[in-house]
Each structure stands twice: as structure tokens, then as C-alpha cells.
Design a protein around this ligand. Sequence first.
Ligand SMILES: Nc1ncnc2c1ncn2[C@@H]1O[C@H](COP(=O)(O)OP(=O)(O)OP(=O)(O)O)[C@@H](O)[C@H]1O
Ligand SMILES: O=C(O)[C@H](O)[C@@H](O)[C@H](O)[C@H](O)CO
Length: 415
Amino acid sequence: MGVSGAGKSTIGDTLAKVLNCSFLDADAFHPLSNKEKMSQGIPLSDEDRIPWLETLRGVLKDKLDNGKTVILGCSSLQKHYREILRSADADYVHGSYASRVQFVLLDAKADVLAARLEKRAAEGKHFMPATLLQSQLESLHIDEGEGIFKVDATLSPLIITRRIIRHWRFFLWYSENQIQATNNPNSILFSFVNLQLEVNNSKSAMADQTNGVTLNENQRIRKEETLYDVLHRSVSMILPDASSTESAPLLQRIKISVSENGPRLGEASRNTGQTLLRWTRRGSPLRALLVISIGSVAFLALTGLLIFMLIFLVATVNAIIVSLLISLAAAGGFLFFSLACVTAIYIGAMSIAAFVISIATISAIFAAMIAAGWVGFFWAIWLGTRKSVGFAKQSLSKTGSVLSAYSSAQHARID
Ligand SMILES: Nc1ncnc2c1ncn2[C@@H]1O[C@H](COP(=O)(O)OP(=O)(O)OP(=O)(O)O)[C@@H](O)[C@H]1O
Ligand SMILES: O=C(O)[C@H](O)[C@@H](O)[C@H](O)[C@H](O)CO
């Protein structure tokens, strides 16, 4: 399931090939009117989809009733659409989600999907326009309680397929009589309620058959996950798959393994505890004594380990805090010394600068005064000389005129 472009046809087809079963594309069952509507960019309504989903339910029911495995690629955007498909299982109790029809959501971000749809539309390969993506995303709704397995649809088709198979290997309802070995020594073909799942690891597959779960032809049992299952799956998701050339990088595998298996640890621990309890109850009092003794020793050892770890943690934190404080004190002392040095250097430099500037200023003043004195002196001498010469000249001419006037007067008296 998933919106347009999520990869339902691509992954469904690959999955069906690996599982050696048939693949049905829900698009092939749309009436012409639906396809025309979508190709005109009009989203389908409930009225358009419900008859189409009922047709699909009929096809699924036919397959299930005939013991066939089938993969269906269908958007199944809303819970009530999925309920229609779930009810292809005749025993399905509405709202229980425990149906032989199981869903996997191919999950991708809008930008990835839009790019895929635009590319597909440009190639003229499909009737669905990219413009309908937004309405598909708005319509998609999943309830947590449905327990729908989500896969990152941006991974390679091979990795997505492997992830789906891995998930179903542990979570599907199954019947013992459908477990059969194939001729391939490296693989055992399981039929988990009509879904044939190819499992690469024959050892873990064998372990499943002898896992202490009593399987009955007429009775469907949900396989309970134990701690062993979760740990085993965590490790196998991290280890590279030897049978495939395509593997996600180690860090991504670790991240995926932690995010997928982490939340299951709680339930797996409870299941393991219950399994152990059932096993203890089935045995003699000696078995109970053995379990109690081992349990007590394990409990005491774990408590001791926990206390030791706590003390170790407290001591480590303490050491870190003390060393931090010492470092801070040392850093503080060093900082103070550095600041004092810088201040002393600054004051020294400022004093020298003030001294040099004062000396230079005083010298300049003295120089200016001396220079001005000498210039004044010479100017005064020059001015004095010039005035004296002028005065002498004037006196001489005055004396000359007086003398000539006097001699003229003498001559006149004589005459
Ligand atoms: N895992 C993937 N990685 C890269 N490209 C992918 C992947 N899955 C699908 N594609 C590409 O995305 C496009 C849409 O894929 P596909 O037709 O399988 O989607 P769909 O969900 O069936 O879409 P629709 O519902 O519109 O039919 C195709 O071109 C396909 O090659
Ligand atoms: O529920 C729906 O709106 C439809 O099923 C669509 O999802 C299209 O059929 C499909 O995406 C076309 O490729």
C-alpha cells in the first residue's frame, strides 16, 4: 500500500517473483471512469473507490479460499478501505486487524514521490498525473493499532523486498502443515498462511520449527517473539547479506536494526518470561527449583553488576567533576597571571609612549621658540638698518636744503 509513486507495482512484482506467487496491480481493476477521472487530475471519491475495493476483495477471497499466495499492489489509503480488503479473509473480525490479508506501507517523502511521478509522466508511461500526489498524501491515514509495517520506499527494491520478507518471517500467522523444505539446501520455503516466504538462513528457519510453539492445522497461533528472535534479527539486520551484492552502509543497517528492534524488546522480554514460566510449570518440581536457583543467581549477579556499574558511574562522574574544577582553577590562575602581564606591558608601553611624546613636544616647542627668536633678531636688525639708512638719507637732504637756503640768504645780504 501507499500513495501513487510509492513503488507498489515495482516492489509487489519483485516480491511476487521472490515468493513465487502471483502479483495483482489494483490499477488493472479500476473501471474506465475512475482512470479517466484520475487522468483529468480529479481525485477519486469514496463512491469511486468502494466498488473497486469490493472487486479486489472478491479477487483476494478467491485466492485465499483456494490456498493461493497473492501480492496485491493497492493504494489502500484509508482504514475503511483496508477493512474491506481484510474482510477477504472469511474469518476476519472487523476491527481486529488479525487477518490473513496483511499490509506493508511503502513510505517516502513527498519530494521523492513527486520526482518519480514527474519522471514517469514525462515518459508518458502512466495515466496518473503528478498533480494528484497532494490529494493522495492528504488522504493517506493509518492507525497505530493496525500494526502496519512501514518500509522506507527510497531504499533499493531488493533491500525493500528483503526487509518485507524478514518482517513477515516473524510476524505472520502460520500453520505447521504448510511448512515444507524445498530442494534448495540453502533455503526453506515457508508458507505463512498462504504466503510463501523464501528465507535465506536455513538455520534460523529450522529453529522456528522447533521453537516450542505447538502448531495445529486447524488452529491459528500468533507466533510470540522472544528475546532470542529480536536479538537474532537485530544481528542479522546488521550483518551484510552474503547472498546479495546490494547492502546498505553499516551505520544505516545499525540505525534501521535499532529502530525496528528496539521497540520490540519490551514485549519480547515479557514473552520470554512467559515462555520460561510455561516451561517451568510443565516440568517437575526439580525443574522449578533449577529455574529458581538459576534465576536467583542471575538476579543477584545482575543486581551486583548494577550496583558496581552505579558506583563506577558515580566515581567516574566525580573524577570528571574534580578534574574539571582543578582545570578551571589552573586555568583561572593562568588567566590572572596572563592578564597581569598584559596589563604591566600595556602600562609600560603607555608610559614610554607618553615620555616620548612629551619629550618630542617640548623639543618641538623649544625648537620653534629658538627658531622664532633668531628670525626676530635678524628681522629687527634688518628693519633697524633699513630705517636708519632712510633716516640718514632724509637728514642729509634736509641739511643740504637748509645749507643752500642759508647760502642764498647770505648772498642776498652781501648784494
Ligand atoms: N525503490 C525504488 N527506488 C527507485 N525508484 C523506484 C523505487 N520504487 C519505484 N520506483 C520508481 O518509481 C516510479 C513509480 O513506481 P511504481 O509504478 O512502482 O509506483 P506505484 O506505487 O505502483 O505507483 P501508482 O500507484 O501510481 O501506480 C517508477 O518509475 C519506478 O521505477
Ligand atoms: O486510491 C486511489 O486514489 C487510486 O488507487 C490511486 O492510488 C491510483 O490508482 C494509482 O495511484 C494510480 O497509479
